[in-house]
Design a protein around this ligand. Structure first.
Ligand code: AMP
Length: 452
């Protein structure tokens, strides 16, 4: 199947071809015609499947069929859990709308609100926003959502995990009753189904990849190692394998910082990306990583949402996530849109239960390896990993970059490893840091884009 056969306009076909896409991905084949009908949609699609174009292309087509005359009021609203994802989706809107006269803007916290107010005042067709900052605008009456025709909840599962449900409900109340609703989610918990039941009207249901399973092309393995030797092993693997562009996940900001320092001190350029970093620092870390100026990007789960790097060959779980579904999200950063990728987990004795939970979720065993020189101590005693599913409830641990309102996020300052040495210690909690709504970090700019 080709993009032409999906019924897209000449301007969109040109934009798709500018991006170098030849054939639509499976989710695009299903979502594009479905969204073009104007009906509601519930799509199971994890990141890396091409889901963004799956909703952005048909939305652009629908909006451009009835162009705005006079003052532009927002007609499509795309909600995302994190700033990074909002920026990413906005970039896609600009790229795909390059040959259309559609105006889009991004709205999120952690940056000054004034450029956003200005962009909204100038008139926009599409808003890509995180919920908290959008509500700030609504309260200040700097945004008018009364003409929204299409609402998208992107990565809805993550939004619920981050505690955005009340914000989402408040936003929905500001929208006209008559509208198209699109819900994209990698996983479908009972919470998501409840939301979908309330939000969606006889939705078409599509599933890009089987729920909670990982993309076939990603090869996965686990390397068993002692807790304190993980930093050394990682530096060794990066150098020995001559890896470039490695995305490494830690459970906490604290470990992310310590690991970054360790790698830098041992000849591997690295940058951290997490919720305690200003938006400007996060943007710079990502830009340096994309431009190959740093080899390793060390990220916490939430901060990594929305990071889109084409052909990311290696993802490393320096620590396994507390929540098994996060493993699927993490490794979805590699093997994107049909390219090969490798996901490696460094697993110590403490993490056996987490590994088992992940294998249960995937419905298969992950290959285990021991590397010569890094054999784990067979007598090592497991140390407890706190929080996660057994401790802090979901969505109560800080969001590392989203704009969840109300409560500050989870604890930082996790203790270092039991021997106090490297960054291999088990941090406490899922808390990836907290950027509160409206925090005046404000360096970054809000971008309004006009596609001619
Ligand atoms: P997403 O799942 O929307 O985050 O997209 C993942 C990646 O796939 C992005 O880098 C897109 O630019 C890329 N992509 C999206 N659609 C296609 C396509 N039809 N062919 C090739 N790459 C694509």
């Amino acid at each position: 199947m080709t993009f032409e056969e999906l019924g897209l306009s000449a301007e969109l076909l040109r934009a798709v071809s500018d991006k170098g896409y030849v054939t639509p991905t499976p989710i695009q084949r299903e979502a594009i015609p479905a969204v073009l009908t104007g009906k509601d949609l519930m799509a199971g699609a994890q990141t890396g499947t091409g889901k963004t174009a799956g909703f952005v292309l048909p939305i652009l087509q629908r909006l451009s069929l009835r162009p705005t005359h006079g003052t532009r009021r927002p007609r499509a609203l795309i909600l995302t859990p994190t700033r990074e994802l909002a920026a990413q989706v906005h970039e896609s809107v600009r790229d795909y709308g390059n040959h259309l006269s559609v105006v889009a803007t991004e709205i999120y916290g952690g940056v000054s609100i004034n450029p956003q107010i200005k962009a909204l005042r100038n008139g926009v067709d599409i808003i890509v926003a995180t919920p908290g900052r959008l509500l700030d605008h609504a309260q200040q009456r700097t945004v008018d959502l009364s003409r929204i025709e299409v609402l998208v909840l992107d990565e809805a599962d993550r939004m619920l995990d981050m505690g955005f449900i009340h914000d989402i409900k408040r936003i929905i109340k500001l929208l006209p009753a008559e509208r198209q609703n699109l819900l994209f989610s990698a996983t479908f918990s009972s919470e998501i189904r409840v939301l979908a039941d309330k939000l969606l009207n006889q939705p078409r249901r599509i599933q890009a990849t089987p729920e909670n399973t990982t993309v076939e092309l990603i090869s996965q393995r686990a390397v068993l190692v002692d807790r304190v030797r993980k930093p050394e092993l990682l530096a060794h693997m990066v150098k020995d394998g001559d890896w470039h562009q490695v995305l490494v996940f830690t459970r906490t900001k604290h470990v992310a910082n310590k690991l970054t320092k360790y790698l830098d001190d041992h000849g591997v350029t690295a940058a951290p990306i997490h919720g305690n970093k200003s938006q400007a620092a996060r943007t710079k870390a990502l830009a340096d990583f994309k431009a190959n100026r740093v080899r390793v990007l060390v990220a916490t789960d939430i901060a990594a949402r929305g990071i889109d790097i084409v052909e990311l060959p290696h993802v490393v779980n320096f620590e396994l996530p507390n929540i098994a579904e996060d493993y699927v999200h993490r490794i979805g950063r590699t093997g994107r849109a049909g390219r090969d990728g490798e996901a490696i987990s460094l697993v110590c004795v403490d993490e056996r239960r987490l590994m088992w939970g992940i294998e249960k979720l995937l419905g298969r065993e992950i290959e285990k390896q021991i590397l010569p020189g890094f054999e784990p101590d067979p007598n090592a005693v497991p140390m407890p990993i706190q929080n996660g599913r057994n401790g802090a409830p979901r969505g109560r641990g800080g969001n590392g970059g989203g704009e969840r309102r109300g409560r500050p996020g989870g604890r930082s300052g996790a203790p270092s490893g039991p021997r106090g040495g490297g960054p291999g210690g088990q941090g406490r909690g899922r808390g990836n840091g907290a950027s509160r709504a409206g925090s005046p970090a404000g360096r970054g700019k809000s971008r309004a884009s006009t596609a001619r």
